[in-house]
Every structure is written in C-alpha cells, then in structure tokens.
Design a protein around this ligand. Structure first.
Ligand code: UDP
Ligand code: MG
Length: 326
C-alpha cells in the first residue's frame, strides 16, 4: 500500500482524547486499529507504534471500554485523567505522555470526524523531513451552517488580532517528538494549542482532507463552550482588545471636550441648552462603553489570576503506557 521510504519506519503514537465517548469509541477503535495495522504491514510505521486513548474524566463507560480495548490489542494504550480537564488539557496530557515514547505523535478527535486517511499522508510528510504536519479541512459542508460561519468568523477575528493560526485546522496534526518537547515547554494554564504551534518554527506543512459529520454521540462543544473557547483563544494571545479600550477612552474624551466647548460657547451667547434626552442618551451610552471596557480588562485579569495560581493542568489517575512499553 505504501511505497518504501528512505528513513527507518518511525514509531508513531496516535493520541485520542475521549470525553463520554462510549457510543463512538468501539467503532473508532476498530477503524484506527485497522489503519495502524495497515501502516505497520506496509512498512510505513514501526511495529511498536500505538494508539493512546486519554479518558478525560468521563462519567460514562469510556474508561471501561478503553481497558477492554487495551486488553485485546497490543497496539493500544490508555491514560485516565482523575477529573475532566477539558479537551485542550486532555490533549496535552496525551501528548506529554506520548512524547517520551514515540518519534512522532498524531492527535485526532475520538469521533473521527477528521479523515483518518490523512494520517498515512502525514507520516509520509514526516518521513520526508517535516516536523509539524497540519490536517486542514477542505470544506466544512458537514458542519451546521451556524458552526461553519461561527468558526470562520473566529479564524478571521484571530487573524485581525495578529494571532498566527492555520485556517481550517483544528487539533488534527502530527508533531515530531522534538517539536512536542518544544511545545511542552509552554507552561501556561490558558493553553490555546493551535495558536502556539505555528510559532514553534521548525519545518511545517499541511495535508488536506474532507471533514465528515459525527457518526454517534453528541458534540461536546455546545455554543457556550465554543464562545468560551474563542474568548480564551483571543485573550491568551492578543492584548489588542485592551489597547482598543484605551483608544476608545481617548476618542470619548475628545467627544466630551467638543461638547464642553460647544456648551460653553452657547452659554456665553446667552442661550440655555435644552436637551435632557441627549444627556440621558450619552450617560447610558458612556456607561455601556465603560462597562464593556471593564469587562475586557477583567477578562485579562482573570487570565492573570489563573496563571498566577499555576495549578496543575491535569492529574493522571491511571496509565498503561509505562507498564507495557519503555
Ligand atoms: N473532549 C475532551 N474533553 C472535553 C470535551 C471534549 O477530551 O471536556 C474530546 C472529545 O471526546 C472529542 C474531542 O475532544 O474527542 C472533540 O470534541 P467534539 O467532537 O465533541 O467537538 P466538535 O467536533 O463538535 O468540535
Ligand atoms: Mg467532533
């Protein structure tokens, strides 16, 4: 299936974060395991490559399913987080664990909405010498109109705010062990992974694929989480919103100065100013702007607060990887 490559077959870890994924996991595991065996027999990856499932504190049977998968498959490993740490942290937990046990790690969501056939192409790029390979969606036709539009709006805002990120790329990517180690030095709590990777440098490239709808289970990213994710993404990278608040302030002072001059001239001309309505309007308007600005600043202070506390990002309750592999 795969042509012979110059470099030795690398040891690949496929990292899969799972939160309440009992509906899709058996199916996803079958698909991923078949792909892994194909790649091993094809000589594309080494025989000690494996899939690493990260149970992100699921409340359903996810961990039990992972355990039974591992019992019957020497190419599967698992770690269980003690509590739900969130998608990004679960991913970091998996990547950190895999970093010492692979040549390159590929992260993919448990619902396999991302085309797994991009995986062998990523490995080929890795063997050609690329250290970071992004999986990039050709289209978002399978997503709902709303999800598609909101996601694209988000990328656009990020770009305007000066955050480097790869358009239509989420967390489906390959990273070499060395790139992973670079990445793991970023110790911040508010981690927005896909904004950090492009700044790592090293040789980077992309492979393109079509994204499918979720086959079973439901999206763990309802609107509220998506908004939180977007706000986090923006505020972890860019201080421009705070700067904007400052310039807003200057603009308002100038307007106020203009009004003051106008009022004074009218006063000395002996005219009284009627205009209770405009006064009320401006009070409400300005209060709105002030509150909004305070909100923006508050968001950053909140960020500082979490960074200062420096709590652990996750805690691993169980891991099979050290027991079975060195
Ligand atoms: N996920 C996780 N922890 C969470 C939420 C989600 O590990 O707190 C995992 C989830 O199991 C899936 C991936 O993150 O593998 C992406 O979630 P989902 O498919 O629900 O997001 P969507 O594709 O709808 O953006
Ligand atoms: Mg999904």
């Amino acid at each position: 299936m795969f042509s012979a490559m110059p470099k030795n077959a690398p040891r690949i870890a496929i990292v899969v974060p799972c939160y309440n994924e009992q509906e899709v996991l058996p199916m996803s595991n079958k698909t991923l395991s078949d792909l892994l065996s194909d790649m091993i027999t094809g000589g594309l990856i080494s025989d000690n490559s494996y899939i690493l499932y990260v149970d992100d504190g699921s409340r359903d049977n996810t961990w039990r399913i992972i355990e039974s998968i591992i019992a019957g498959n020497s190419h599967a490993e698992g770690i269980k987080l003690a509590a739900n740490a969130g998608h990004q942290n679960a991913l970091i937990a998996g990547l950190e664990t895999a970093a010492d046990h692979c040549d390159a790690a590929i992260s993919i969501d448990a619902d396999l909405q991302d085309d797994i056939l991009a995986i062998p192409r990523m490995v080929e790029k890795f063997r050609e010498g690329y250290e970071i390979v992004y999986g990039v969606r050709n289209s978002r036709e399978s997503d709902s109109w709303f999800k598609r539009e909101s996601a694209q709006g988000f990328y656009r805002i990020m770009r305007h705010l000066g955050v480097k990120s790869v358009y239509n790329h989420a967390d489906f990517r390959l990273m070499s062990a060395a790139a992973l180690k670079d990445f793991l030095q970023y110790d911040e709590r508010n981690m927005f992974i896909r904004g950090i990777i492009p700044g790592l440098g090293r040789t980077q490239t992309s492979v393109y694929y079509d994204r499918k709808p979720r086959t079973a289970g439901e999206s763990k990213y309802p609107l509220k989480k998506m908004i939180n994710f977007a706000v986090d993404g923006i505020t972890s990278f860019s201080v421009r919103p705070v700067r904007m608040v400052f310039f807003f302030g200057i603009g308002f002072l100038l307007v106020a100065l203009g009004i003051f001059i106008y009022v004074m001239t009218r006063y000395f001309e002996g005219e009284t100013i009627e205009g209770w309505t405009s006064l009320m309007l401006s009070i409400w308007f300005c209060t709105g702007v002030i509150l909004m600005s305070l909100g923006v600043i508050g968001e950053y202070i909140g960020k500082i607060y979490t960074e200062v506390k420096h709590r652990p990002r996750y805690s691993i309750e169980k891991s099979t990887i050290t027991q079975r592999k060195k």
